[in-house]
Design a protein. Structure first.
Lengths: 217, 44
């Protein structure tokens, strides 16, 4: 029996293409007739963002980049349309722009408990679909408790920055790979794929990687 | 993951949409590709 294909994915919780790319990648994995093992890694797109930002992503982008609001809204509408095409109804009116480092720490906490994939989906869903706040410790602890984690222990781990070194190690590894944007997929530690590729592209990559791993006799 | 970071062989569409910094734009060429596909479909 062949070993699963290992895929390491660098991603941020507030990255719209990461959620879209996740869905497209998952569709390719579902159709693939082999085993795939996924591990998520932390990437902070805007680490200087305050936890408490009183505004929507559109307002944030307009303020930060000085882009005219109509242009920002047009960009968001395009992303929203593509998200919808993969079954994700992004609710930009209720998103809370924030700092994601604690969300990344929570992902490492969940990984330590063998439930990282479940937490990744929950965090993305909370931010993009449910209007959840993914920057505050209390909100993150509530989310984790909803998944059955020990709320008190989550608060402790996040308050003590227990997994901050793991987050920083992921970011450092991304830098070494030369990763500048996310999502970024590393297959078997050898093949890199950048961005929210089409499902067919991910499917082709999985075949290519399998063939590279197990050349035909 | 290993401590040694090998150079990656890049696969897939090099222009796929991604977030770089806090900007998550759709590459312009993708709009054109979608528009061209719609035009093709209309012709069909």
């Amino acid at each position: 029996m062949s070993k699963p294909i290992k895929v390491d994915i660098w991603s941020d919780v507030q990255c719209p293409w990461c959620y879209i790319g996740k869905r497209k990648f998952e569709a390719a994995v579902d159709a693939f007739d082999g085993d795939v093992e996924v591990e998520y890694h932390s990437f902070e797109l805007a680490p200087d963002t305050p936890v408490e930002y009183d505004g929507t992503p559109a307002q944030y982008l307009a303020e930060r980049k000085g882009l005219p609001m109509p242009q920002v809204e047009q960009m968001i509408e395009r992303v929203r349309g593509i998200a919808s095409s993969v079954g994700l109804e992004y609710d930009y009116e209720h998103m809370h722009q924030t700092n994601t480092v604690k969300a990344h720490e929570l992902l490492h906490y969940a990984k330590a408990h063998g439930r990282q994939l479940e937490m990744k989906e929950a965090l993305l869903k909370s931010y993009f679909l449910d209007g959840g706040h993914v920057g505050r410790i209390d909100d993150l602890a509530d989310l984790a408790a909803g998944l059955g984690f020990d709320r008190q222990d989550v608060v402790r781990a996040l308050s003590e920055n227990q997994y901050l070194p793991a987050v920083k190690a992921d970011v450092a590894q991304a830098t070494e790979y030369g990763i500048q944007g996310v999502p970024f997929f590393v297959f078997e530690g050898q093949f890199g794929v950048s961005g929210a590729q089409e499902t067919a592209t991910f499917a082709n990559v999985l075949e290519q990687v399998r063939n590279a791993k197990e050349p035909a006799a | 993951m290993s401590d040694a970071i090998p150079q990656l062989q890049i696969l897939g569409d090099a222009d796929a949409a991604s977030c770089d910094g806090d900007v998550c734009e759709l590459p312009e060429h993708r709009d054109h590709a979608i528009m061209n596909r719609r035009l093709d479909e209309d012709l069909v």
